[in-house]
Write a protein that binds this ligand. Structure first.
Ligand SMILES: *Cc1c(COP(=O)(O)O)cnc(C)c1O
Length: 408
């Protein structure tokens, strides 16, 4: 009894500490579909309309009526769900179709589906590598990669974010230690900062040290590069990717589901041994149907137009915000972080922006380093130019009002 009370006290104390540091992440309630404009419930319970600048809805497909129809159609034809993992009685023609389409689009031998990319990254390392091997991982990689690497017995090496000299040092160390297979792992786009991994340099070093390359392209597949082929297609230089992980939960309709693309033999082994695949339910038909429709649109000429729109929106927002004197992280993607520094300021700034009709989120530790709190804005092809201009003016108004209320 005493232990149980102590435990609950410790939980409360931890929550109190998080709050005291201004690090509590509130969940604001949306009462509309995802889109450029959403309906948000305010603290008083009233509803207000706001421009959304913080979704991973880069091409605006999350609210696309064609995806909603495709999801409904797939449900009508294939049911609400499978009530089974894939290998027992959970594989429908729809799953095979989505795997084949994803692999064909991204140019790999095969593809395997997961409930989320978090699971794909948790699944990918352990079956493929053991203590004879080494993983060389970028220090800013997504939490799911860090967790996946922890579940694998391979030796671990970490290189400073995008630091190619350090990557080379780690590759040397891994080779010197007698590692068999060496796998370099990186996000294709660093999502809190909005810049690309240096894939051409990574490819060169991987060739030199006979290493494999895995890229997590969750923030790139669908909206970056020709055909939306992702981070490897935007460098204009030779890039090799041996294993690619991605999500259907962002650009590709924003539903959910993750995937791994690789050589057919690699995927065949993952189907036999990857624990989040073997012991978790098959993707719902509605999810597969919507994802298939998203891939069709992304590969069509219309997809190219959406990507052009997205690109010009990002340029318009970036130049407008810079002209207004905001400190932005540089980068070529539609992720544009507005740097504020202090965690509490980022929260206040975001709350005040909602009063001005702009929905954004303040990010602070542990999602980004301490002292580097920010509002990460994300552009969408679903925005209009007027939406972007309205957001810039709102940022200016909030900043000026905060400066006025601050004693000098
Ligand atoms: C979003 C994200 C994930 C997780 O994807 P889910 O499908 O939402 O689980 C993994 N890696 C990166 C880089 C991401 O941005």
């Amino acid at each position: 009894m005493g232990e149980r009370l102590d435990f609950l006290h410790r939980v409360s104390a931890t929550l109190g500490e998080i709050d005291a540091q201004g690090l509590t992440k509130p969940e604001r309630v949306i009462v509309s579909p995802q889109g450029a404009r959403i309906e948000v419930e305010t603290a008083s319970g009233a509803k207000r309309s706001a421009l959304n600048f913080c979704a991973n809805n880069y091409l605006g497909l999350a609210g696309d009526p064609r995806l909603v129809a495709a999801a409904a159609e797939a449900s009508a034809r294939f049911g609400a769900g499978l009530a089974s993992v894939r290998f027992i009685c959970g594989t429908q023609s729809l799953h095979k179709e989505l795997e084949a389409e994803t692999a064909a689009w991204l140019g790999f031998g095969d593809c395997i589906l997961f409930a989320a990319c978090f699971d794909a990254n948790g699944a990918v390392f352990e079956p493929l590598l053991d203590e004879a091997d080494a993983i060389v991982s970028d220090s800013l990689n997504h939490a799911s990669i860090i967790d996946g690497v922890r579940l694998c017995r391979a030796k671990r090496y970490r290189f400073a974010n995008s630091d190619m000299a350090d990557l080379e040092a780690q590759l040397k160390a891994a080779r010197a230690a007698g590692s068999r297979t060496i796998l370099i792992v990186t996000d294709g786009v660093f999502s809190m900062d909005g810049y690309l991994a240096k894939l051409p340099e990574i490819t060169r070093l991987a060739d030199q040290y006979d290493a494999l390359i895995m890229v997590d392209d969750c923030h790139a597949s669908g909206h970056l590069g020709p055909e939306g082929l992702g981070s490897r297609s935007v460098h204009g230089a030779e890039v090799r990717i041996d294993i690619l992980t991605g999500t259907y939960g962002k650009t590709l309709g924003g539903g959910m589901g993750g995937f791994i693309c690789a050589d057919a033999q690699v995927i065949a082994l993952l189907r036999q041994k990857a624990r989040p695949y073997l012991f978790s339910n098959a993707l719902a038909p509605s999810i597969c149907g919507a994802a298939l429709e998203a891939i069709r649109i992304v590969r069509a000429p219309e997809g190219e137009q959406m990507r052009q729109t997205l690109k010009s929106h990002a340029a318009r927002f970036r130049s407008g915000m810079e002209a207004a004197g905001f400190d932005l992280k540089p980068g070529p993607t539609p992720i544009i972080p507005v740097m504020l520094g202090d965690a509490r300021l980022a929260q206040t700034f975001a709350a005040n922006l909602l009063d001005e009709g702009v929905f954004v989120t303040g990010f602070s530790f542990p999602v980004v380093p301490r002292g580097e709190a920010r509002i990460r804005t994300q552009l969408s092809a679903a925005h209009s130019q007027a939406d972007i201009d309205a957001a810039i003016s709102a940022f200016v108004r909030v900043r000026d009002a905060l400066a006025e209320s601050q004693p000098q």
